[in-house]
Design a protein around this ligand. Sequence first.
Ligand code: GLU
Length: 447
Amino acid sequence: MSVAVRFAPSPTGLLHVGNVRLALVNWLFARKAGGNFLLRLDDTDEERSKPEYAEGIERDLTWLGLTWDRFARESDRYGRYDEVAVALKASGRLYPCYETPEELNLKRASLVSQGRPPIYDRAALRLSDADRARLEAEGRTPHWRFKLEHTPVEWIDLVRGPVHFEGAALSDPVLIREDGRPLYTLTSVVDDADLAITHVIRGEDHVANTAVQIQIFQAVGGAVPVFAHLPLLTDATGQGLSKRLGSLSVASLREEEGIEPMALASLLAKLGTSDAIEPRLTLDELVAEFDIAKVSRATPKFDPEELLRLNARILHLLPFERVAGELAALGLDDADSAFWEAVRPNLSRVAEARDWWAVTHAPVAPAADDPAFLAEAAALLPEEPWDLSTWGTWTGAVKAKTGRKGKDLFLPLRRALTGRDHGPELKNLLPLIGRTRAQKRLAGETA
Ligand code: GLU
């Protein structure tokens, strides 16, 4: 049977690094196994689901290169969930309950105060037909709970190893709301079964759901998939990442922080695994290195500084073709590979290329604080054409003429040519600055 996985976000907010890590791990798992990857939007929460969030999810995944082979939207499948609900009611596994939220809260509080786990007491199972008729005559509409079997539930989790739950220690979950809407606990199982999902890889916040959902798979006659529950990322202080945490959203990493997709992918594919985090330029390399067995049970910490450092290391390796679009979007339409190769060692973010573009292509006020020396140097500037050897030839001649060396030789030249103390290697910048500008800047003119 071929491997099929899914990433099933609810379009109720922006994807953050924690969500997208699960998307990536699913995608890598599918690609490694030659299987397929489904994007499923869990949008049955109609109050909170928004089309702009759904679009955002697709945009974020596309930006990262996580293409999907299949797409499903739960709101398209209500008819199917109704069909399954009818069958579960007929077999007695779904039963109507009439408690109000307040009544349920009271029951829970009373159990907790007695030191007992807040498990639903199944009072609704003891209602007679007459009781139900009376409750409905009072205007109550039922919600529906799944009747768990009080047997052990066990699975071998690909990350956690053997997991054991007692059915009797779990509350019968509500699968259908009072307004007739099916809930995630049911819809997810129906989809996973219908779409022949073989491996469910998700966050460890779903472990208890899995115990319940395994019984639902069995009740609907679906094949129970293999499960893997990954520890959730925390921030650098160990706090959980909330879905609405704007600054760690994929959109803000892309649009505000200037993070490259492969920087994020290189980090998230390895965070919390036994592999070292290294810059990778293609998802194929990550696929080749991926193995879910490398995922550890320890809680991984997401550090934005680490991401930025990785972004810099990736930029230092990326060829011009991979950033040409981003450079053009910054307005650097004429940037070419010579420019890119000159400046990339000095960048943490592509947008910083603008500063160096200004140095090579726009007027610079030079810091010409040693005019006599600079005049001597200017007189020695070779004729064009210039190439990567020009800087060495020229400074060799200046050194021979003036006797200066090291910092005394190079720093005044750098300050005059670029207006700054630090920057990309002048061997690379000089041909981009060109003879006319260089001469003027050495003479102290803004050029
Ligand atoms: N929509 C669920 C969530 O975002 C999916 C969980 C699952 O993978 O089953 O948590």
